[in-house]
Design a protein around this ligand. Structure first.
Ligand SMILES: Cc1ncc(COP(=O)(O)O)c(C=O)c1O
Length: 481
């Protein structure tokens, strides 16, 4: 781990975080007081009329009226019109501090002008797409290789979901084995084989609506942080042909919502080596947010394959890619004819000039400005401020961060698991609702969070922005007493 190069200034004491989270889940819920919640909700009726009109109309044409899984729809979704640096403005002109960050990619801040200018230039000279090779594809692949030497070769795709599919396909083609193991509760996109054990560990196919049983028959999940459970899966799979890949988010599922001990990834690496299994790091969020070397650089662990998503283009469209050992990635050789035994992937609009130029300059600017580390400092300031609010009001809530990824658990819904099914049946709904309420309450104060429990910070979050945000958080958290 290089001093000063990474966003995580101090790795959390994982046992301490879990003991606080377990304490939170044992407590009765501490939602916002009813009278205050009414007051917070009245903001939407009074100040978000245009958003309401637009999203009600959208319900006629768009299922649920909203397209993004991370968009709040309680009490109704808001429509965003303008972004700049750390801020967003909605269709009614209300201003928000943006801690959703589009789900993570805008580490330079929203709508960062130097990258936008490069995109304009590309649009003027080449347009967004030709279907042929462009020099910026090479420049981007070289840059990723410079930051992450384990990415010897790189193939660009359109999304994180696609890139996970591709990584799994390459692992199967290379190892000639079929099983894939993920961590329970982790999200790796919505492909047929990965909608398995989503959100809550142990739930297997619970959310696999519309997916035939066979599509996830070769997927397994193990309980977060249980290396013994992973080893059991590997042993069983060895008897039936073997495991092609283990896929993990290196900070733990859901951007470290279930954090991992520092040596966890190294131990997974060793298990993969023991069983002849490829290790896939899903760095869709951590790739460049944790530092230019990614989580793999931070932990000093070399995966066989790395999956990229939204960060690879700095938030511009068609953002995805998979890279790693040349002998594995060569399965993706493209072009008419291809080379050798090909694992088929593709995408008309992937690796287009616009996405590649956006990615190239976003990464260069992040390196030049030290954006991951600056965003990490903002995350540290936000977390310590939240912790002091929690202490001052003697709340059972838990705040911790991995650099610019800040977790504020108030309902503990993400910590439920199937080892206690009665508790899930009883508590899932009210805990989920509390999370929704917290998100709406924060929003009424001008704060956009991810699902009311996670915040991504960016380089644009100056001390003043964070301090203003903390005042707003305090208004909501003080109402939970
Ligand atoms: C860790 C992780 N993997 C994969 C994905 C899927 O990426 P995409 O939304 O680009 O398909 C996400 C999306 O949030 C993610 O967080």
């Amino acid at each position: 781990m290089g001093e000063g190069q990474y966003a995580i200034s101090k790795y959390h004491d994982t046992n301490e975080v879990y003991s606080k989270l377990n304490h939170l889940v044992r407590q009765p819920l501490r939602p916002v007081r009813r009278d205050k919640m009414q007051e917070f909700l009245s903001y939407f009726e009074a100040q978000c009329k245009r958003s309401r009109e637009l999203t009600e109309e959208a319900r006629k044409y768009i299922p649920g009226g909203v397209q993004h899984n991370l968009a709040f729809n309680y009490p109704f979704p808001i429509a965003i019109e303008k972004t700049e640096g750390p801020l967003l403005w909605d269709a009614d002109g209300n201003q928000y501090i943006d801690f959703l960050q589009a789900g993570g990619p805008t580490i330079l801040g929203s709508n960062y002008a130097p990258v936008r200018e490069k995109v304009f230039e590309m649009l003027k000279s080449c347009g967004p797409v030709t279907g042929l090779f462009h020099e910026y594809e090479l420049k981007l692949a070289q840059l990723v290789n410079r930051f992450m030497p384990a990415v010897e070769m790189f193939r660009m795709l359109g999304s994180g979901t696609e890139s996970v599919m591709a990584a799994i396909r390459a692992a199967r083609a290379f190892t000639k084995k079929k099983y894939v193991i993920k961590v329970g509760g982790a999200y790796h996109g919505w492909s047929d084989s990965m909608v398995y054990g989503l959100h809550i560990p142990g739930t297997g196919r619970l959310e696999a609506t519309g997916i035939p049983r066979g599509s996830s028959a070769s997927t397994g999940e193990f309980f977060p942080n249980s290396l013994a459970a992973l080893k059991r899966h590997l042993l069983v799979n060895r008897l039936r042909g073997g495991t092609a890949a283990v896929i993990v988010e290196p900070l733990g599922p859901e951007s470290g919502t279930r954090p991992v001990p520092f040596d966890f990834n190294q131990k997974i690496r060793e298990l993969c080596d023991e069983f002849g299994t490829l290790l896939i790091f899903d760095e869709v969020v951590t790739g460049f947010r944790v530092g230019m070397g990614g989580a793999q650089g931070f932990f000093g662990v070399k995966p066989d394959l790395t999956v990229f998503g939204k960060c690879i283009t700095g938030g511009y469209p068609m953002a995805g890619g998979v890279g790693g050992r040349a002998e594995v990635i060569m399965r993706f050789a493209a072009g008419i004819g291809g080379t050798g035994e090909r694992a088929y992937i593709g995408g008309t609009l992937s690796a287009n000039p616009l996405s590649c130029v956006a990615g190239y300059y976003s990464l260069l600017e992040m390196e030049r400005t030290n954006a991951p580390v600056i965003a990490g400092c903002a995350g540290d300031r936000l977390t310590s401020g939240l912790q002091s609010i929690i202490d001052r009001y003697e709340l059972p809530f838990v705040a911790y961060n991995q650099g610019s990824i800040v977790h504020l658990e108030t309902s503990g819904v993400m910590l439920l698991d199937l080892r206690n099914p009665i508790r899930i049946a009883r508590e899932l709904k009210p805990r989920k609702h509390m999370m929704e309420e917290m998100g709406a309450a924060y929003m009424s104060q001008g704060l956009i969070t991810l699902a009311g429990s996670r915040m991504y910070t960016s380089m644009a979050d100056t001390d003043d922005v964070i301090d203003e945000a903390l005042n707003k958080f305090e208004t909501v958290l003080a109402a939970c007493v």
